[in-house]
Design a binder for this molecule. Structure first.
Ligand SMILES: [Cu+2]
Length: 162
């Protein structure tokens, strides 16, 4: 009788331990789900592809939604010369892309049409951030007048590759 009772206790304790184990496991899973919703709170991540063609930054898609996290991934095989040196002044971004660091991320915290240029203002492109409701803002950032233009008399930073 006494042995049987102990065996039952042992089985009981093992079962309880297992239950705790499962509780911890399921807790871990629900934490993962929580992690996802934290990302959602930070903003939807919009993946954007970018390369240079005829002296221009081609950005696909070129329209994002306000509040999104914009993640620009550059195709470095199509980023000639100083086009790698990116300036998005509206979002205080200055970054020189490399083969091992070809991503620019920022939060689309204001709506409008904005410029992306190379550090010498040679290569140019635009992108648009739509309002929260998907409508288009009237704001258009004025292009800087400085620097060279591609196809003109030529700049001193590696030329405008096609
Ligand atoms: Cu340049």
């Amino acid at each position: 009788m006494k042995v049987r009772k102990n065996t039952l206790y042992t089985i009981g304790i093992v079962l309880i331990l297992f239950s705790f184990g499962f509780l911890f496991l399921s807790q871990g899973e629900s934490n993962l789900v929580t992690g996802n919703s934290i990302l959602e709170n930070a903003g939807n991540v919009q993946i954007v592809k970018m390369y240079v063609e005829n002296g221009k930054y081609i950005i696909t898609p070129s329209e994002f939604k306000r509040g999104d996290i914009v993640r620009i991934e550059a195709d470095m095989s199509k980023m000639p010369g100083c086009s790698k040196s990116i300036v998005i002044s509206a979002f205080n971004i200055r970054k020189t892309l490399t083969n091992t660091n070809n991503v620019i991320e920022f939060k689309a915290e204001k709506a409008g049409t904005f410029n992306i240029v190379c550090s010498m203002n040679m290569y140019k492109g635009v992108f648009t951030i739509l309002e929260y409701d998907g409508s288009k803002s009237n704001f258009v950032e004025q292009a800087s007048s400085g620097g060279h233009s591609c196809g003109g008399s030529g700049g001193g930073c590696g030329g405008c590759g096609g």
